[in-house]
Design a protein. Sequence first.
Length: 59
Amino acid sequence: MISQEITLDKLIADIDQQIEILTAIANDNAILTEQLRLLNESRKTLLFQELEMNRLASF
């Protein structure tokens, strides 16, 4: 559960920053490439969950 002190927007912004940095340095490093994949997947999942929560809240 995301605490009240950490907003979803802040979390997404932090993930975006990490993605940007890893994209710049990953090259062919398998570990960094996997971390980049996981961050992208996490970002997509968080955005999907937010959309789903908003959809459910509208009922």
